[in-house]
Design a protein around this ligand. Structure first.
Ligand code: ZN
Length: 475
């Protein structure tokens, strides 16, 4: 008990008498070193007892620096106002004076601490630590460092305040005022915050009216509800090609009913989830294509956040293998440049998205017969400004607005009297289908209006998404 000094003695005795556990007592005595807290509970109790005995014997000579004589009995100052006084005193008499009787110490050893509800009793013992280790080991996580955090009942804050007031009243406010500043709590649970806020606001005399001081001795030990293991998320990025005109990017579910059996994100993430042994995933990409639109060329950048993965270390070779597995599993999609990235890097996929360009290839049908010369002028149009009212087909999920978009260049490819292919380089976010058929005049100008005919789009492919992220890999 080398960390305790003579001035701690009355605090130790007071708190032991009122049913506080040795580790809480060390806290209240400002013992900062972890070593002492690691001692087994029984040893700590024995040491505290010896500490008190030693001082008891030397009381007249050693305790010269204790201003107030140590209390053998708990006294509350507000005897007239406090409605719980009878209970307080009644409860207090049940506490043995531990420094006088060995058997009392043994009894106290099994008493649930009135400040921590046993959190610093059972949960600091080897048995519980073993239990935590078993849980972590059986969860089969890959990790190099870890954080152990506990979610504590808000009640502990109230009990701690009561114990603090007790010490303060009995010892005078001079004893270790720094120890008892309200600790910053990282938990954001509302009830916890409410308790802490209330404790900050309440006046000491009001607190004493509502809560026994010292805190009553609890009947039940605080139980560990759950030991949870969690790994921080890892991020995988790459580019995907979509070769199907019958595959949505994300699961297509209308009114709870699934419309198509798969999706791009599922075809990719299924394998990643299995390999990383993650709980869930979040898929994001640089824009998206319609269910009937293919994405060709170098593909569309995407990123997947894998939540709570067990496995996190993958070599470049293993990532390559994983990419191969994904590509072998479906002919509807292919991925490339599959790699582990940081959370911060994903921002680069989204930044400046509006300014980026995309190139498309559209197969167009025209109602009246056309000749090659009729469409040749399209190739000369540069930086064509469009006004696009929110398309009818997405009006149910997007607000009505007029967007200005730019078609940078176009190149026509004559097929027959009613068909031609148009290659377009556009500002990201341009509605291509609407630019072709006009959307009942909601997109101006449009291919129909430029040709003075009725036009419709039969097929659309994304030829490239000009975002230079993630880095190209040489596989
Ligand atoms: Zn305790």
């Amino acid at each position: 008990m080398s960390s305790l000094t003579e001035k701690d003695r009355p605090i130790v005795q007071l708190l032991l008498n009122t049913g506080t556990c040795p580790r809480c007592i060390l806290r209240f005595c400002c013992v900062g070193s972890q070593t002492l807290y690691r001692h087994p509970y029984k040893d700590l109790m024995k040491d505290l007892k010896e500490f008190l005995k030693k001082n008891q014997e030397k009381e007249d000579t050693v305790c010269f620096d204790v201003v107030d004589p140590p209390c053998k009995r708990i006294r509350l100052e507000h005897t007239e106002e406090g409605p719980d006084d009878v209970n307080h005193n009644g409860g207090l008499q049940q506490f043995p004076l531990v420094n006088n009787e060995d058997t009392a110490v043994e009894n106290l050893a099994v008493k649930v601490c009135n400040v921590c509800l046993g959190v610093l009793q059972e949960f600091c013992e080897v048995d519980f630590v073993k239990k935590v280790c078993q849980k972590v080991n059986s969860a089969d996580y890959q990790f190099t460092s870890f954080v152990f955090s506990m979610s504590l009942p808000p009640q502990l804050s109230v009990r701690e305040r009561a114990a603090w007031l007790l010490v303060k009243q009995e010892m005078g406010a001079t004893a270790c005022p720094d120890c008892f500043k309200p600790a910053k709590n990282k938990q954001s649970v509302f009830t916890r915050m409410a308790v802490i806020k209330a404790l900050e606001k309440i006046k000491e005399e009001d607190f004493l009216k509502h809560f026994p001081c010292p805190p009553s001795s609890p009947k039940n030990l605080c139980v560990a509800l759950e030991i949870q293991c969690n790994n921080g998320a890892v991020f995988v990025a790459g580019r995907y090609n979509k070769y199907s005109r019958n595959l949505p990017q994300t699961p297509w579910i209308i009114d709870g009913e699934r419309k198509l059996e798969s999706s791009v994100e599922e075809l990719i993430s299924g394998h990643l989830m299995a390999e990383f042994k993650a709980d869930s995933f979040n898929f994001s990409s640089s824009g998206r294509e319609d269910v009937d639109v293919r994405t060709l060329g170098n593909g569309r950048p995407f990123a997947i956040e894998l939540v709570n993965p067990r496995r996190i270390h993958f070599t470049a070779e293993e990532m390559k293998g994983l990419q191969q597995t994904i590509n072998n599993s479906s002919d509807k999609i292919q991925v490339r440049d599959l790699q582990l990235v940081t959370r911060e890097a994903i921002g680069r996929m989204k930044e400046g998205e509006e300014e980026k360009t995309k190139t498309y290839s559209a197969l167009i049908w025209i109602d009246k017969a056309i000749q090659k010369e009729d469409i040749a002028f399209l190739d000369d149009i540069k930086e064509l400004k469009l006004d696009q009212k929110t398309p009818l087909r997405v009006l149910h999920r997007r607000p009505l607005a007029v967007r200005c978009r730019i078609i940078h260049t176009m190149k026509s490819e004559y097929i027959d009297e009613h068909h031609f292919r148009l290659h377009l380089k556009t500002q990201a976010g341009t509605y291509i289908k609407e630019f072709v058929h006009g959307d009942f005049g909601r997109t101006k100008p449009n291919i129909g209006s430029l040709l003075n005919r009725t036009a419709d789009i039969l097929e659309l492919d994304v030829e490239s998404v000009d975002v230079d992220w993630p880095p190209t890999l040489d596989n």
